[in-house]
Write a protein that binds this ligand. Structure first.
Ligand code: SAM
Ligand code: DTB
Ligand code: SF4
Length: 321
């Protein structure tokens, strides 16, 4: 069966049944197949190191049930206004000095507004891009003209996650629609900016929901250039605070299926790596993950620091991209 996939061409016509068949295939066969695709389309020992900077934290009007930054839940996040341009660029420089080659700026906004704040972000994006690294932003919904301005400032990619299936989405977010998310993705793509889009597992979704999310992503033409896969970090005070830890094998299946269905995408391990063993993370890399968020903080939550990840790379024979 693996051979069918060895020289597989890039497809955007996947059916849910095909994706489900891959996802549910015997585990070691699945990992082998994903590892084969990694070796065809990527340099298998190279892992991209990305850094996150929360440039505006908390106080968000949206009701995403997983999020510590929603103003609707009482979480232990301290809201902070937009950082100064200098602070953003300084933090980016520090991340680059620690080995990051992609810097992602995140703001707890529902959408971007044309304002001096947006102008400040555009200036910061340009300065970070001039340092020779990839720059990504995740600022909520954007209009066509805003996307074009981000492109012009040198933005590499825009992160906007679908998070889960269209079916399960209304149980997780009610303040915007799945179609709004898709619309923003189209807007970003049309402006010539790379699309970074993935989701979260462990929110109480069914396997069908995970397949449906992968189906949404893998039937986009072109596929997203990067696909972050987040393990839910249950946040005290949010409606999902009691969710159980996702078993390792479920994450392996998710990563491997993303790798096989979207061969060229960077499949990124995002939230939820902290506390996962090196053995476990080694399997994620074997199953096709080729990017991580590194650094002691994600947006608001702790994460493995660069030095820990460097040690992991050394142990596993991986190299930073
Ligand atoms: N406000 C913007 C938006 O929602 O598009 C950008 C920032 S938002 C925090 C970026 C992504 O972080 C979300 O789409 C979600 O996938 C992820 N995220 C937030 N809280 C999380 C949590 N507790 N566990 C895992 N992932 C989380
Ligand atoms: C993504 O998919 N995950 C990152 C990034 N894109 C913006 C964010 C993870 C946030 C985890 C929770 C926190 O730190 O607040
Ligand atoms: Fe706001 Fe983004 Fe968090 Fe939703 S995920 S509450 S939009 S910061």
């Amino acid at each position: 069966m693996a051979r069918i996939f060895l020289f597989m061409k890039i497809r955007s016509d996947w059916t849910k049944e095909e994706i489900r068949e891959i996802h549910d295939s015997p585990l070691l066969e699945l990992i082998y197949r994903a590892a084969t695709v990694s070796r065809e389309y990527h340099t298998a020992d190279r892992v991209q190191v990305c850094s996150l900077i929360s440039i505006k934290t908390g106080g968000c009007p949206e009701d995403c049930k997983y999020c510590p930054q929603s103003a609707r839940y009482r979480t232990n996040v301290e809201a902070a206004p937009l950082m100064s341009e200098e602070e953003i660029v300084d933090q980016a420089k520090a991340a680059i000095a620690s080995g990051a080659t992609r810097v992602c700026l995140g703001a707890a906004w529902r959408s971007v507004r044309d304002s001096s704040q947006f102008d400040l972000i555009l200036r910061a994006v340009r300065k970070i891009a001039d340092l020779g690294v990839e720059v990504c932003c995740t600022l909520g919904m954007v209009s066509e003209s805003q996307a074009l301005r981000l492109k012009e400032a040198g933005l590499t990619a825009y992160n906007h996650n679908l998070d889960t299936s269209p079916e399960f989405y209304p149980s997780i977010v009610t303040t915007r629609r799945y179609e709004d998310r898709l619309q923003t993705l189209d807007t970003v793509e049309k402006a010539g900016i790379g699309v970074c889009c993935g989701g979260i597992i462990g929110m109480g979704e069914s396997l069908d929901d995970r397949i449906s999310l992968l189906h949404q992503l893998a039937t986009r033409n072109p596929h997203p250039g990067s696909v972050p896969i987040n393990l839910l970090i249950p946040i005290q005070g949010t409606p999902l605070e009691m969710r159980k830890k996702v078993p390792i094998w479920e994450m392996v299946r998710m990563v491997a299926t993303a790798r096989i269905t979207m061969p060229k995408a960077m499949v990124r391990l995002s939230a939820g790596r902290l506390g996962r063993s090196l053995e476990e993370q080694a399997l994620y890399f074997l199953a096709g993950a080729n990017s991580i968020h590194s650094g002691k903080k994600l947006l608001t939550r702790p994460n493995p620091d660069y030095s820990e990840d460097e040690e992991m790379f050394r142990l596993l024979g991986l190299r930073a991209l």
